[in-house]
Design a protein around this ligand. Structure first.
Ligand SMILES: [Zn+2]
Ligand SMILES: [Zn+2]
Length: 302
């Protein structure tokens, strides 16, 4: 059993930072570190903050089992750090996971990936000058095989998908291997460079436009980039909150600018990813011209 307890002496040393854990300080004891010859558990000790980095899953479980969380300073912050560490360890690409929502589209076939479906996350660059960021792109298992053309995919997925259970991982790898059997790929040739442009989808043009706006100091540029990033992130991604907040800050200025530039009344435009995609036509009922109540091409016989 893993434990969280005050250090009884200051003789224990943290296995992560190698520094002493002071007497009375809370420490995390991991029982995965072996046993004494008599069968008693030999704990590996960690500062709580160090365990949050090194053993996030084990510490988080232990923190959640604590009866009086209030007695652990920074309890919630530690849980959040554990979550973040887990996310980070999951973000070595490519990795497999179950789609937490049905929002993401496959970057190869452009079809939605359903909530709960197994998917493969790959690294995707979003470069817009001032904003250069790497986000995840998602693929159906069969699309991942065709997209990556990497015979090592199954091995990588097995090593880099900590969020998947053994059963899910087997299912994902089986799906990839079935797809690879249908479309065998040559072992990767050394001289063949991965086409960088192929990783960037049709959003590039939009982001180039955003970049021009950013260079002009126009708030709409950043609004577009952030809207695009928000679409890329899974709903649970910890970056969602900061980005959403920034988007909300930019929104009034950016939308006002669009309306002014396009010389339309405030509130009449509809937006998608920070770019206007339509205009709401607001006509008062009593102002509807009579002819518009007829179907096009309908002529009066009178
Ligand atoms: Zn430490
Ligand atoms: Zn696909």
């Amino acid at each position: 059993m893993n434990v969280i307890e005050p250090a009884r002496t200051s003789r224990s040393r943290c296995r992560h930072c190698r520094k002493e854990i002071e007497e009375g300080d809370l420490r995390f004891g991991s029982d995965h570190e072996g046993m004494y010859a008599d069968g008693a558990e030999a704990y590996g000790w960690y500062h709580l903050r160090c365990a949050a980095q090194r053993l996030p899953e084990a510490l988080r479980d232990a923190l959640k089992k604590v009866k009086k969380p209030g007695e652990i300073p920074d309890h919630d912050k530690l849980v959040a750090t554990c979550d973040l560490s887990l996310k980070k360890s999951a973000s070595r690409y490519p990795y497999g996971e179950r789609a937490p929502s049905g929002h993401a589209r496959c970057i190869r076939c452009d079809q939605p990936i359903g909530k709960g479906e197994l998917r493969v996350a790959v690294e995707r660059e979003i470069v817009t000058g001032t904003f250069a960021t790497v986000g995840a792109g998602y693929l159906h298992p069969a699309c991942a095989v065709a997209h990556l053309e990497d015979p090592a995919l199954s091995t990588q997925l097995r090593a880099q998908s900590p969020l998947l259970s053994k059963t899910d991982l087997d299912e994902l790898v089986a799906a990839c291997e079935a797809a690879a059997a249908d479309h065998p790929v040559e072992p990767r040739k050394v001289e063949a460079p991965a086409p960088r442009a192929a990783r960037v989808d049709d959003r590039t043009a939009e982001l180039v436009f955003a970049d021009e706006l950013i260079e002009r100091g126009d708030p709409r540029g950043e609004a577009i980039v952030i809207a695009s990033q928000l679409r890329e992130l899974s709903p649970e991604d910890p970056r969602q909150r900061d980005l959403s907040r920034r988007a909300q800050e930019l929104l009034p200025k950016a939308t006002a600018k669009w309306h002014d530039d396009l010389e339309v009344p405030r509130g009449s435009l509809t937006f998608d990813r920070g770019v206007p995609t339509g205009a709401k036509v607001a006509l008062a009922k009593n102002k509807l011209p009579r002819s518009s109540s007829r179907a096009p091409g309908c002529t009066s016989s009178s």
